[in-house]
Structures are given as C-alpha cells and as structure tokens.
Write a protein that binds this ligand. Structure first.
Ligand code: GTP
Ligand code: MG
Length: 201
C-alpha cells in the first residue's frame, strides 16, 4: 500500500465537533495501551502521526486523521479515527462513564464509519472488555476487523497457534483474526486489504 499523505484533522469529543463525513472512515478501538496509536503509525508509515504513550489512557479524545492512498494510479482518501482506550482502571468512575458515552455515541451514530478495527493483545489474550466490545459492535450493525497485535513478543513458532487459540474466545471463525506487530511491521498488507474491502463495501 502506498500512502501519499497522512495528516491530523482534529480532536473531538461531542458529535457537534466531529469533522464532516467526507470520506469513508475506519475507527481503531481497544483496551488502553494495547497499541492502537502504534498500529496506526505503522499502517501509514509515519512514526509520529498518532501519539504513542507509555502512560496508559493518555489518548482521551477522538483523534481524526486523513490518509491519502495511491490506488490504481488515482488517489483515494480514507479518514481514520483513533479512539481512547477502554478498560483503564486508574480513572474515576465518572470519567470512565464519559469515555464510554463518547465512544458509544461515535460508534453507533457516525454515518461515514465503514469498519471498526478492534485490537487485542496477542499475549494477554482477549479481555472481557474486548469480548463485550465485539458483541456490542455486531449488535449495532458494525463490522469488526479484529487484530491481535504485539505479535513480536511471541516466539515465531508460537504465533500462528496463539492466533487460532484466541479466535474461539472471541467467537470468530477460523483464520478471521489478523496478526500484527507495530514493532516488526507484520500483518500490514493483510490489514490494509481488510480495511479497503470494508471502505469500499
Ligand atoms: P492509549 O491511547 O493510551 O490507550 O494507548 P494505545 O492503545 O494507543 O497504545 P500505544 O500505541 O500508545 O502503545 C502502548 C505501548 O505499547 C507503547 O509503549 C508502545 O511502544 C507499545 N507497543 C505498541 N505496539 C507494539 C507492538 O506491536 N510490539 C511491541 N513490542 N510493543 C508495542
Ligand atoms: Mg493511543
């Protein structure tokens, strides 16, 4: 995939602040610190695009980016939304409630949203929050693209087996779970294919 340009559009909380629905949009969700921003940076090949943090739960806003791709000699723009992580224990209940509200409003109501990339940690495995998020998306008519990241943290020989082990926990069909590593760049082409198929559906 050739990325011609990637730029930050804006941060938002309330629906009135969301940018216009001009382009097919793909959202990235997952537990706090799972590696959402790193995946986004690796996908577009821009290290500093989305902020990567060592402090879990630092991304507290919806962050929108426009990515211009070269496709069959023409240009195509996709809009990406990096969402705040869920399931972070060290915030107050009230604050967590606000996040859930912000995320759910966006995922339920965003007109141009074509797919939601749900990211799980391949070593930690899916948490209850991950399972709930996937079910919630399906109930709300959203198509999840589920990706297990940090694959580089497992020895090569154990990677495929671990992916197949996680699938039934998430009630995914065999081979539906994509593997990824932001560190090594693994799985980038497969994820782009899934994203583009969803964006054009
Ligand atoms: P929040 O926005 O705070 O919820 O975090 P996030 O999901 O955006 O995670 P982020 O990309 O900030 O990464 C969190 C930590 O995990 C950072 O220290 C990253 O360097 C590390 N990390 C992310 N992806 C990978 C990966 O594929 N492999 C390895 N080894 N580390 C990773
Ligand atoms: Mg982040």
């Amino acid at each position: 995939m050739k990325v011609l340009d990637a730029e930050f559009v804006k941060s938002a909380v309330a629906p009135g602040e969301w940018p216009d629905a001009a382009h097919p949009e793909i959202a990235f969700v997952g537990r706090s610190n799972v590696g959402k921003s790193s995946m986004l940076n690796r996908l577009v090949g821009r290290k500093g695009l989305a902020r990567v943090s060592n402090t879990p739960g630092r991304t507290r806003l919806l962050n929108f980016f426009d990515v211009t791709l070269e496709r069959a000699a023409s240009k195509e723009v996709l809009r990406i939304c990096d969402l705040p992580g869920y399931g972070f224990a060290k915030v107050s209940k009230a604050e967590r409630g606000q996040w859930v509200h912000m995320i759910e409003a966006y995922l339920a109501e965003r007109q141009s949203l074509k797919a939601v990339v749900v990211i799980v940690d391949v070593r930690v495995g899916p948490t209850d929050d991950d399972v709930q998020m996937i079910r919630w998306l399906e109930e709300n008519g959203r198509r999840p693209i589920v990706v297990a990241t940090k694959l580089d943290k497992l020895p090569k020989a154990r990677r495929a087996g671990r992916l197949r082990q996680i699938e039934p926990v998430l009630q995914l069909p065999p081979r539906a779970l994509l593997g990824f590593s932001s560190e090594e760049g693994l799985g980038r082409d497969e994820l782009w294919s899934a994203i583009l198929a969803a964006a054009h559906s």
